[in-house]
Design a protein around this ligand. Structure first.
Ligand code: SF4
Length: 364
């Protein structure tokens, strides 16, 4: 969906539904969160992810008011979770076996603005790094908003090797006029400066973004600017959605809508530009040695290998690594592997055979 993070809003409804289907009562009381003035407690909840990774929601709702998005009217204004509660939930997830935590919220970089927490997201990151047991080896930040992404946040991410070199930051468009139509409160110049800084301060940083093609009044020239920018920026992961008018939004009320056929063509053009970048980058990665986290066996036998991810691949949304291993692995294990090939967006890697030591016969 173009309004990223929308599935998060369904989380509790889904929990309740799953519990109903399985005939169990969810440990955490599931409630309707629409227009909630306060924050819900996610502790002791029914986990929907495999044991070794988990989503940790740090805020709910959003104050950004993007012109195409219904989230603020559905999920309500931004509500940051108290830091003590975040730490308690993170510890609980760690105790339950989570090796990787993915921090989520509709707008994670605005954390704390509603509760007067001056340290903001940088404070959350530093506290998590200080307080969490080392069993949590990877911490990933999702759903950053470009205009509220501060230098302090980048420094906090750079300062600990537990923060994976990865950021998910939906950018939607790059033409200044379209950013204005979309009410994004950010300019092309600011976005480019931020992207340069992220890549410079955190070398090897993988960046995922999401775009919208064919918003009302978008011209061919603005679309061309977007395609060229995608080619130049070399994003690690990119999703693009054809604009879809949502009732009750400023852009949904605009009369100058782009035709469906044009929208689809523009989506394809952007994805082709992205595909060229990804395939070229994957080719260059062959022979690179990387850390991978094992997600699951790819089949029933050891020969089938495993589905795994590098730090630059988030669970459930990005491409993956198909991993061959000479020994049995368990989900959540982080191992060194060598990239040997790629298959479209996915990487192929193997764990090198351990060298056997043998006695040398000396003095003959
Ligand atoms: S940042 Fe914009 S797109 Fe994302 S949830 Fe908020 S209003 Fe919607």
């Amino acid at each position: 969906r173009q309004d990223h993070g929308h599935f998060l809003g369904k989380y509790h409804d889904l929990t309740e539904q799953l519990a109903k289907e399985q005939g169990v009562t969810p440990a955490g009381k599931a409630t309707k969160t629409s227009r909630l003035p306060v924050f819900e407690d996610d502790r002791a909840r029914l986990r929907l992810t495999p044991r070794h990774y988990a989503y940790l929601r740090i805020s709910e709702g959003c104050n950004q008011g993007c012109g195409f998005c219904t989230i603020p009217s559905i999920r309500g204004p931004m509500r940051s979770k108290p830091i003590e509660q975040i730490i308690a939930e993170a510890r609980e997830l760690a105790a339950d076996g989570a090796v990787e935590l993915n921090l989520i919220g509709q707008d994670t970089t605005s954390f704390g603005t509603d509760i007067g927490y001056a340290a903001g997201l940088a404070g959350v990151l530093k506290t998590l790094d200080r307080e969490l047991p080392r069993d949590v080896q990877w911490i990933r930040l999702m759903y950053a908003y470009p205009s509220t992404f501060s230098d302090d946040m980048i420094k906090a991410l750079a300062d600990s090797d537990r923060f994976v070199k990865y950021i998910d930051m939906p950018l939607q468009h790059i033409s200044d006029r379209m950013l204005n139509v979309m009410k994004r409160r950010v300019t092309r110049d600011q976005i480019d400066t931020l992207l340069d800084k992220l890549r410079k301060w955190i070398p090897g940083m993988a960046i995922r973004t999401t775009l919208i093609a064919g918003s009302p009044t978008e011209t061919q020239a603005e679309h061309d600017e977007l395609v060229q920018w995608v080619k130049d920026r070399d994003f690690d992961h990119l999703g693009v959605f054809p604009y879809s008018p949502e009732p009750g939004t400023p852009m949904g009320r605009m009369t100058d809508q782009v035709g469906e056929k044009v929208k689809q063509e523009w989506v394809e053009e952007i994805m082709l530009a992205q595909q060229d970048n990804v395939f070229a980058r994957n080719e260059k990665r062959i022979n690179e040695t990387v850390d991978v986290i094992v997600d699951r066996p790819a089949g029933r036998d050891l020969e089938d290998g495993y589905v795994a991810r590098i730090q630059g691949q988030a669970p459930d949304i990005d491409s993956c690594v198909f991993l061959a291993s000479p020994r049995k692995l368990v989900p959540g294990e982080i191992v060194k592997a060598q990239i040997t090939d790629f298959q479209n967006y996915d990487l192929i890697a193997q764990i090198p055979q351990e060298k056997r030591r043998s006695l040398k016969v000396v003095g003959k």
